[in-house]
Design a protein around this ligand. Structure first.
Ligand code: ASP
Length: 434
């Protein structure tokens, strides 16, 4: 019976049920029940996805690079991807800055509300500022140093060190291209087989998606801050949301249509389940297995491109996060009564674009790098406390944009390299109908 309902409807039903359950439990004072008896199922679902993410990155990148067979193709794909990541991210920040300067959500926040927010979230803000500061103290070349692991096995045990894992997998793939074909073949065969196994595991994990998202959203509802705090930030939240909606429903589908000729419906329908998982988990890294499967099998992107563009995109290409940083920085300045000249706004554009690359693909990572953006624009970093209350719901939405952007870039690169084919939904079709 359940097999007949398409996956995205099952997940949506789980989300609605989770929101309802959380709302009712909150009203009945049953938060502890949700915490102990419902939330663990959400945590298990997240862990299952994260468990697959690291092996998936290694296997798909090694296989993707090795399949390219020559290094010039790799640099072509790498170059195109990086340019597209940067362009889409910069466009996202420009959209965010445009909206927040037009609407001026910070102008409407009363001084009493400002003091209340600054007081209520001061400790949380301090924690994030300290985390960002310890990163900055390490020097300008530290991000480069951080990419190279001193122990690859240690790197695979920490989901925040994804870039190190990616670096290692890229090198192994390059090594496979450079050695003799007959020596490379058995190794590649193993990676081919492993790739199939891991994608099958994604199918199995996705069977639990409706229950997983139900549990995650129910728990979130019981942990949400009070309604009056949320209301005082509603204009700010709406500005971020408007920007994200523009990106997700206009900018990416338009790019895909313009450059690949694939329709609006084809693109959004293909990526929808990954968007729903991104929304529920707030983590591009946890969503990566689902994104990978959807992009390959429902959007027709060849494995070589998906295996390369998506893992790197999940860690580096964060348009939603960058847009949010632009809006948040200007909003904080507005609430604090500061005027930002063109120079300051341009520095926000630059640092938000670059800082989003450094954000980890995990919940709330955007908040930490926002500290750097605030510093660059001369905005007091303690102002971070102003936006804490609504960060989680916005994190959920910006993660959707992050994942959609990765899918869009993958399609454009695939089209450019003539590696965009027809969808072949064999793996999911075993489990779910279209
Ligand atoms: N949660 C986001 C992601 O994983 C990052 C962030 O904006 O905090 O894509």
């Amino acid at each position: 019976m359940l097999k007949k309902i398409p996956l995205h409807w099952q997940i949506l039903a789980g989300m609605v049920a989770g929101l309802l359950l959380g709302f009712i439990a909150d009203r009945l004072g049953a938060q502890q029940f949700v915490k102990h008896w419902v939330k663990p199922f959400g945590t298990i679902f997240m862990n299952l996805l994260k468990m697959i993410a690291v092996p998936l990155i290694i296997v798909s990148l090694v296989k993707g690079v090795a399949d390219l067979k020559d290094l010039s193709r790799l640099s072509q794909m790498g170059g195109q991807s990086l340019v597209l990541y940067l362009i889409t991210t910069a466009v996202a920040v420009v959209i965010g800055l445009g909206i927040v300067n037009l609407v001026k959500p910070g102008a409407g926040v009363r001084p009493a509300t400002r003091e209340k927010l600054l007081g209520a979230y001061a400790d949380e803000a301090k924690g994030r500022i300290a985390a960002a500061k310890s990163e900055q103290d390490k020097g300008p070349l530290q991000p480069l140093v951080d990419i190279v692991p001193d122990n690859v096995f240690a790197a695979t045990t920490d989901n925040r060190r994804m870039l190190q894992v990616i670096f290692f997998a890229l090198l192994v793939g390059i090594g496979l291209i450079l050695i003799a074909e007959e020596q490379a073949k058995p190794v590649k065969d193993v990676f081919d087989g492993l790739n199939e196994v891991i994608l099958k595991l994604v199918d199995l994990v996705m069977l639990a998606a409706p229950v997983g998202v139900l549990a995650l959203l129910a728990a979130l509802m019981t942990e949400a801050p009070s309604a009056d705090i949320l209301l005082s930030l509603v204009w700010y939240a709406l500005c971020v949301l408007a920007g994200l909606v523009l990106l997700i429903f206009a900018f990416y589908p338009a790019l895909v249509w313009l450059f690949t000729g694939k329709s609006y419906r084809f693109f959004l329908r293909g990526i929808l389940p990954a968007q729903l998982v991104a929304f529920s988990t707030s983590s591009s890294a946890a969503t990566l297995p689902v994104t990978m499967e959807r992009v390959q099998e429902h959007l027709g992107v060849h494995e070589e491109v998906a295996g390369f563009v998506l893992p790197i995109g999940a860690t580096m290409n964060m348009d939603g996060t960058a847009l949010y940083q632009g809006v948040a920085a200007v909003f904080i300045a507005q609430v604090l009564g500061l005027t930002l000249d063109l120079g300051a706004q341009l520095s926000i554009l630059l640092t938000a674009t670059l800082a989003s690359i450094g954000a980890a693909a995990v919940p709330s990572a955007g908040l930490i790098v926002l500290v750097i953006v605030l510093g660059a624009a001369g905005i007091p970093q303690e102002g971070l406390a102003l936006i804490f209350a609504v960060d989680r719901p916005l994190d959920m939405c910006r993660t959707v944009a992050n994942v959609t952007s990765d899918a869009c870039v993958a399609m454009l690169v695939a089209q450019n390299l003539d590696l965009l084919g027809e969808p072949h939904e064999r793996r999911l079709d075993d489990v779910y109908p279209r």
